[in-house]
Design a protein around this ligand. Structure first.
Ligand SMILES: [Zn+2]
Length: 260
C-alpha cells in the first residue's frame, strides 16, 4: 500500500521549533526523508491539491479557486483524470478521503460527509474533523487498498484565524498524536512494502508577509492573522521517486503502482 497523508497548510515553521513535543513528526524525520517543498506556483489550496493528483500545472488544469464565475466548481467541471481515476480503470483498489481541491472536499470509492462543508470554523469543528478523518482513515488502512489518500484540512483554518498564537502548536500536537496512532499504532511500517508520503499544499506566514494574498484581510468570519506561504512540507518513507513539485506526487504514484 502507498499512503498519501495530506495535511493542508502544515509547515516546518511550526513543526521544527516544536519537535520536542511532536513525537510522530520526530520519528518520521528519523525513519524518512523530511524536507521543504518550495512551490513555484501560487500557494492556493484548490489549485495545488488538484495539480498534485492530476500531474498538471495550474496553466494546464486551469482550476484556481473553489468558486469560478460565481459558481462553486464541481469535480466534473475540472477536465482532468486524477490518479484515482486512472488506477481505478486499471483495476487497482483506491480509496480517497476528503481532498480539498473543491468544497466540500472530494472523496473517491467511499462516502464521507466533510465537517463544516470542508471549511471547519471553530474548535468544535476542528476537533470533529480530526476525530472523524482519523477514524475513517484507520478503517481504510485496515482494508489495505493499493493506494490510500487522506487529507486533514483543519490546520489551514486554524492558522488563518490564530497564526502566531500558542493554540496553533497545540493543534499540531493533537494532530501529531492522531497520525502517530495511524502510522505507528497500526503496524503500517511492519509491512516493508508499505510506502508513505506526508505532504502539505503550502506553508503559512503572517498575513502581511505573504507574497501572494490568498484571502482578503477581513473574511466573513473575522480578521485573518495568517496567510499561505510557498513553503510546503514533504516527508517520504520507503519512496525513491524524486518529488520536486506537487505534480510529482502524481508521477510517483503512477510509477510506483505501475499504471500505464
Ligand atoms: Zn491549503
Amino acid at each position: 500500500m502507498i499512503f498519501v497523508l495530506g495535511i493542508d497548510a502544515a509547515t516546518w515553521t511550526v513543526i521544527r521549533p516544536n519537535l520536542d513535543r511532536l513525537p510522530t513528526f520526530r520519528r518520521l524525520c528519523q525513519i524518512g526523508r523530511c524536507r521543504e517543498l518550495i512551490l513555484r506556483e501560487k500557494p492556493v489550496s484548490p489549485s495545488v491539491w488538484c495539480g498534485m493528483f492530476c500531474g498538471q500545472t495550474p496553466a494546464e488544469h486551469g482550476h484556481e479557486g473553489f468558486v469560478a464565475d460565481g459558481n462553486i466548481v464541481r469535480r466534473q467541471d475540472i477536465k482532468v483524470d486524477f490518479i484515482w481515476d486512472i488506477l481505478h480503470r486499471e483495476g487497482r483498489r483506491v480509496k480517497v478521503l476528503n481532498v480539498p481541491f473543491i468544497v466540500p472536499p472530494y472523496s473517491f470509492g467511499l462516502d464521507f460527509r466533510p465537517v463544516g462543508f470542508g471549511l471547519p470554523t471553530n474548535e468544535r469543528e476542528w476537533q470533529e474533523e480530526l476525530d472523524r478523518v482519523t477514524e475513517r482513515t484507520r478503517g481504510l488502512m485496515a482494508e489495505e487498498p493499493d493506494l490510500l489518500i487522506s487529507v486533514y484540512t483543519l490546520l489551514d483554518r486554524i492558522q488563518h484565524f490564530h497564526w502566531g498564537e500558542g493554540c496553533v502548536a497545540s493543534w499540531y500536537q493533537k494532530l501529531d498524536s492522531k497520525i502517530g496512532e495511524l502510522l505507528f499504532g497500526s503496524g503500517f511500517f511492519k509491512e516493508k512494502r508499505n510506502r508513505l508520503i506526508v505532504i502539505s499544499d503550502h506553508g503559512f506566514c503572517s498575513f502581511g508577509e505573504a507574497k501572494v494574498r490568498t484571502l482578503p484581510l477581513e473574511s466573513g468570519e473575522g480578521k485573518l492573522k495568517g496567510d499561505h506561504h510557498e513553503n510546503a512540507l514533504l516527508i517520504t518513507v520507503n519512496l525513491d521517486y524524486p518529488i520536486e513539485r506537487p505534480q510529482d506526487v502524481f508521477f510517483a504514484l503512477k510509477k510506483e503502482l505501475g499504471a500505464g
